[in-house]
Design a protein around this ligand. Sequence first.
Ligand SMILES: Cc1cc2nc3c(=O)[nH]c(=O)nc-3n(C[C@H](O)[C@H](O)[C@H](O)COP(=O)(O)OP(=O)(O)OC[C@H]3O[C@@H](n4cnc5c(N)ncnc54)[C@H](O)[C@@H]3O)c2cc1C
Length: 511
Amino acid sequence: MNTSYWLDRHNEKHYPALDHDLHIHTLIIGGGLTGLATAYECSAHTKQIVVVEADQVGFGSSGRNTGKVTFQHGAIYHKIIKTHSQEAAVAYYQAQKEAINTIETIIDSHGIECQKENKSASIYGNSDKGIRQIQAEYEAYQLLGIPCEYQENVKSPIVMKAALQVENQMGYDPYAYLLGLSDILDQSGIAIYEHSRADDIVRVGSSWRVTINDHHVFAQNIVSATMTPLLDAFTFFYAKTYPSISHLALLDCDRMMQDIMLYGLDDPMTSYHPLHDSKLLCGGYEHNAAQANASDFNAWLNSLCKEWNVEKPLYVWDTQDLISHDYLPLIGALAPRYPDFYIACGFSKWGNTQSHVAAKVIADAIAQRESRYSALFSPSRIEPLLQGKALRMNAKTVMHFLTSQFPKLQDYELEQGKGKRIELDQRLYGMYCDENDDVYIVDIRCPHMGCICDFNEVDHTWDCPCHGSRFAYDGAIIKGPAQSALHSRQQKIPNQIDPREWVTHKDSPTS
Ligand SMILES: Cc1cc2nc3c(=O)[nH]c(=O)nc-3n(C[C@H](O)[C@H](O)[C@H](O)COP(=O)(O)OP(=O)(O)OC[C@H]3O[C@@H](n4cnc5c(N)ncnc54)[C@H](O)[C@@H]3O)c2cc1C
């Protein structure tokens, strides 16, 4: 469980960890699609670029996504027209098309073997709401001049009452593409460091100083390509986006699906990408951070297996992205007072193209070139904060933060594979019991901003509902924006000992 098919089918690339100080032009933090594509775009202008990755290249969402490279991002165009303008929707469409061309050119000119395939893509709806969205999107496509075919009552590959199909999109193996990109950078002399987490970023004169593996990197420009940016600096991008998780399952089906990538608009969302050899990659069970529910997850998986007549999936995993409240990504300088600190996030689960849009916008800004898209995608814009959904979700986050600080949770009974919140010494902890009956107790206050993490029943992790940080049950960090592990109260207490007794007999917390 939770192994990405893409990551599992390639030998990992290994890059060294940073072990010395550096003085460079541009430090790119994050070795996903955004980080590597930005390094690629910047490399024409300067070679003094370094990429640092906390884990391994591609081990974030980039090596775990559905592999669709398309400008058809759900039913987004009529929403952009309504929220922004027709011009904004045209620019969004052009930016995605340019990104697809760039990806195609990189793959072809460097011979990257990533199973690139030309495919059609379709969005579809069967519910009244879904059908209305398809119709609204069709009108938007006509207004914007996007070539498409509107279809009704399609029976194959699945039943679709209304669908909107576009041609000449692309399917690929995102991890293989990323490995190819890292080879190109490597060969052009751009250093990539893995297992190198940036954990302290400060301004020193006109440069930035970043601490990585106890060494200092001084850079004129920082690109935080970390999905969740590493600085907020009162720009409130945390309130402009929200973290959302979806799950993917790879099935080996006897019922073949046409070579078309599908995205269902009905609730619950469904996504299909047919691969080679009768393999079908299915996406679904979408939820906000810290809302994973084991029975809902199992129901999704079972219905998928039933629908496609398979006993069990070959692979199942999950991954996450930041959703932008106003449908546009946040790309560019963090704030006017930080013109040399760049962020790229809010890709709303369409980062295969958005990462390349971001790379161009940021490379242009660093080289002080004009960009057609910089104002539209500026992280400083306030539109995302004004959306009704943003106001509701942000109010909920604040309520969660306030109410979860004062719980009364003194039930210490625990079953294997379960986690729960408990109170010890008038402080809140998370307790988890593994299959050997060992109990793990961790301080579930997220080191990022102090929100209280919830137990994720599907992955057995502690997840922060505010900004999407994730931690293993023993407190190890899996995903930022937090930069450190959860403090561990103590690990491996035998289950038959009451944690309260243990607390009185042992020393102070370890970390
Ligand atoms: C279920 C799902 C399916 C998707 N399917 C598609 C699809 O079919 N098509 C599409 O276009 N998009 C898809 N996406 C979206 C796409 O995967 C993401 O938008 C994209 O991968 C984001 O790339 P990234 O480089 O910004 O982030 P990531 O790939 O997450 O990379 C960020 C990197 O930063 C590193 N990092 C974090 N903090 C630090 C630090 N302090 N120091 C150093 N490194 C750090 C992380 O380890 C990570 O490797 C999907 C998303 C989801 C959730």
